[in-house]
Structure formats: C-alpha cells, structure tokens
Design a protein around this ligand. Structure first.
Ligand code: FMN
Length: 162
C-alpha cells in the first residue's frame, strides 16, 4: 500500500486544518496517510513513498520547523519524492499572491538539493482570535492538489515496484 507522510508546521492552526483535509481526501483513495508535526519527525524518517511538507509564511519567511525538517532529513529526502506547500498571503490581491509564492520559492532555495514534485501556496487564514478572521484558503484548489499528489504517489509506487 502507498504510504504518504504529511508533515506540517503551524502557529495558529490553519495549516494543520489544511493537512487534515488533505489527509482525509487521500485516505478516501485508499492511501495510507500519516500526519506528523514537522518538529516531531525524527531520523530515520519513517518509510513513506511520498512526503508532503506544508508550513505557513510569516513576515516573509517559511516556518522554521519546515526548514529544520528539510535540513535534518536531507539525505533521506534526496531519495524520496517531496511535495511542498506554503500558507499565505493574508490579502487577496494578485501582488500579495505573487509575493507569497516568491517568498516560498526563496525559502526553498536554501535547500538547493531539493527538487519538489510540486509546490503550491493555498492562501492564509487569520487566527480565529483575530478581529477580521480573513480566510483565503481555496478548498477546491487544495482538493485538486491533493488528488494530483495521489496520482503522483501512484506513479511513484508503480515506478518503485518495477
Ligand atoms: C503576523 C503575520 C505575518 C504574516 N506574514 C506573511 C507573509 O510574510 N507572507 C504570507 O504570504 N503570509 C503571511 N501571513 C499569513 C499566514 O501565513 C497565514 O495566516 C497562515 O494561514 C498562518 O498559518 P497557521 O495558522 O498554520 O499558523 C502572516 C500572518 C501573520 C499573522
């Protein structure tokens, strides 16, 4: 059975909600999914056919737990397919979306050995305690991405089996 590890970092919980939604979608397709906070993923990394790493952008930076996971597990992750997503932006303008994307791209350049299968930004959500509680998460885009991941994992598993 295909095993997908979903590793995430979060400050206010919205990334975890996205990961839970992705996990539910993937499980419906018969994939085995393990959800872990990025900081708790220790070496040796669990056996998985594919890793999904999701974390929010804060003040132009990707969450440090995501960086740490990539650093700590570099040798294993070099050999495994990795899909990446970031959370942001906070404002719904083309400029803000482009900025979030370029912040994530810049963060990934710190790990030049990494060639993700796919990279996405899903839109940010304010903490429930925030006065405005804006939520730009596009659940249709998240679902489409999760299904794409599923197809990728099937292809990877088939490739590994030959
Ligand atoms: C203080 C603060 C700074 C933020 N900075 C950025 C940023 O630089 N770029 C971005 O795209 N999103 C930014 N965001 C949006 C967060 O990435 C978004 O709210 C995300 O959903 C938070 O994830 P979490 O709930 O998992 O912590 C910021 C949010 C806050 C509250």
């Amino acid at each position: 059975m295909t095993v997908i590890l979903l590793a995430y970092a979060t400050r206010n919980g919205s990334t975890r909600e996205v990961v839970d939604a992705i996990a539910a979608m993937l499980r419906e397709t018969g994939v085995e999914v393990r959800v872990r906070a990025a900081r708790t993923v220790r070496a040796p990394i669990e056996e998985a056919d594919l890793i999904v790493l999701g974390a929010p952008l804060y003040n132009g930076r990707w969450h440090r737990d995501a960086h740490r996971l990539l650093k700590r597990h570099r040798d294993t992750l070099r050999r495994l397919p990795v899909a990446v997503f970031g959370m942001g932006p906070r404002r719904d303008t083309p400029e803000a979306w482009a900025q979030a994307r370029s912040q994530l791209n810049r963060a990934l350049t710190r790990h030049s050995w990494l060639t993700p299968l796919t990279v996405a930004v899903f839109g940010g959500a304010d903490s429930p305690k925030h006065r405005l509680h804006r939520d730009l998460r596009d659940w249709n885009a998240i679902e489409a991405w999760a299904l794409g991941i599923c197809r990728l994992s099937e292809r990877t598993a088939a490739h590994g089996a030959t």
